[in-house]
Ligand binder design. Structure first.
Ligand code: EPZ
Length: 416
């Protein structure tokens, strides 16, 4: 069984370049399916979610190859509107093939995407949005069937859903009449998708705001696009530096992209500077407790909530973290308590009392960001921490052990 093994207690020092964004590249891959030609995604991360998405697209007729850090997708030969079943089971982002296939072919047949341990993760906003665009959508047991070219119109999302916003943008990308999405998500990944759709010929306005208008293009052209750095990985490494103390320089993150996180890190006692070189983070004094509630962008990201909890476990005093996006995203607390953390879950709020030192032991990652949190805890802990469930971590982190070793950590990715 593969494990990540950490000898804790080392301060992080050094420079690391952050990989391309998982949540940025997956909607771009779906968008590439719309183009009957070539797409080049520069700086595409080497993670298993990208491989799973590429496998499904290959089964659908795409020719996909890698050239160094670039992923080349030729979707000329797409020959089906049915998404392979195993993709839906493995990958939440498979739901984005709905909008892409409707834009390309006017038909989509796809498996319901798996929920996962962080919540039920329904797709009702996606399906209702497609109906608002005139698409005939009917669930058929374990499959979603959708028929019809999306038409113009407007739809209002009940919540600022990232995936539903992306799906509606994809569906509208070849529609001659304008589509307006109200209550849209504002994450940087949405802005990236809007930039990609503009590059293929669509006219997109309002990216990054809660109201986006798009007029599609009849013949989408080939696109070459650089995947932005992963802001969640950047935040993971900043929180690791907060936990261990030290001084790190992160490169590859566009300026201002961490606007939703900086305040919390300063609360913790991390000092941050940003310039053309990258983001410099220093923690010299002691950690401080934090009060935080996750929220859709520009709020503190839910994808960093577990990692923040691991740091708060080492901060003297009482911290409170409230999770407002997913209904079941405190699972890692149990494993952190096995390392000596003092965490009490009260509904959607975790109350954390810092302890002088966590103790390394064997723990299990049960989902992607909880796994990253256990790595942070292991870096700060006394002794050796052995983490199983590494397959979850590899979904989003291409080489977290290598990155952290470059920052001086004693960490090994042991493939047994
Ligand atoms: C995206 O998931 C991200 N995944 C998630 O990152 C991230 O946590 C989430 O956005 C929020 O930022 C990718 O981009 C691949 P949502 P998504 O639709 O689109 C409810 C990670 O760790 N909802 O914004 O699925 C939903 O249940 C992953 O990298 C409905 O009720 O998230 C949740 O409570 C985890 N009905 C809330 O909205 C719907 O139709 C926000 O979900 C859709 C969503």
């Amino acid at each position: 069984m593969d494990t990540i093994q950490i000898q804790g207690g080392r301060r992080l020092q050094g420079t690391v370049r952050v990989q391309g964004s998982k949540n940025g590249v997956l909607p771009l891959m779906a968008a590439a399916l719309i183009i009957p030609g070539k797409t080049v995604l520069k700086g595409c991360p080497r993670i298993t979610d990208v491989s799973a998405m590429a496998d499904a697209m290959t089964d659908m007729g795409c020719r996909i190859s890698r050239q160094g850090d670039d992923l080349i997708i030729d979707a000329t030969g797409v020959h089906t509107s049915r998404v392979p079943r195993q993709c839906g089971e493995k990958l939440r982002s498979s739901v984005l093939f709905l909008g892409a296939l409707l834009a390309r072919t006017g038909l989509a047949i796809l498996p319901y995407p798996g929920g996962c341990t962080i919540g039920a993760r329904p797709v009702d906003f996606h399906l209702e949005g497609m109906r608002r665009l005139g698409v005939f959508v009917y669930p058929d047991g374990e499959w979603i069937r959708a028929v019809g070219r999306p038409g113009g119109g407007s739809c209002r999302l009940p919540m600022a859903s990232v995936g539903a916003t992306e799906n509606l943008l994809l569906a509208a990308s070849c529609c001659a009449e304008p589509v307006t999405i109200q209550g849209a998500a504002r994450e940087p990944e949405i802005v990236g998708l809007c930039e990609f759709l503009s590059a293929m010929g669509a006219d997109v306005r309002g990216a990054g705001t809660d109201t986006i208008s798009i007029t599609g293009v009849e013949a989408p052209g080939p696109v070459t696009f650089r995947v932005p750095g992963d802001r969640i990985i950047a935040g993971t490494y900043l929180l690791a530096a907060a936990a261990t103390g030290g001084r790190i320089l992160l490169q590859g993150i566009p300026s201002g992209m961490l606007a939703d996180q900086i305040d919390i890190y300063r609360q913790l006692g991390l000092r941050l500077w940003e310039n053309r070189q990258g983001i410099l983070a220093v923690r010299e004094g002691s950690l401080r407790p934090v009060q935080c509630a996750t929220a859709p962008y520009p709020g503190f990201p839910t994808d960093l909530q577990s990692q923040l909890m691991a740091v708060a476990a080492c901060a003297p005093g009482e911290s409170r973290i409230t999770e407002t996006v997913f209904e079941h995203r405190f699972q890692v607390a149990e494993e952190l308590c096995r390392m000596g953390a003092d965490i009490h879950i009260e509904g959607q709020t975790a109350r954390i009392t810092g302890v002088p030192r966590l103790a390394g032991c064997s723990v299990e990652a049960k989902e992607l960001r909880g796994g990253a949190a256990l790595i942070i805890a292991g870096l700060a802990a006394e002794g050796i921490t052995r983490i199983t469930g590494v397959n979850y971590i590899r979904r989003g982190y291409g080489d977290i052990a290598g990155d952290l070793r470059r920052l001086g950590a004693d960490i090994r990715d042991v493939r047994e």
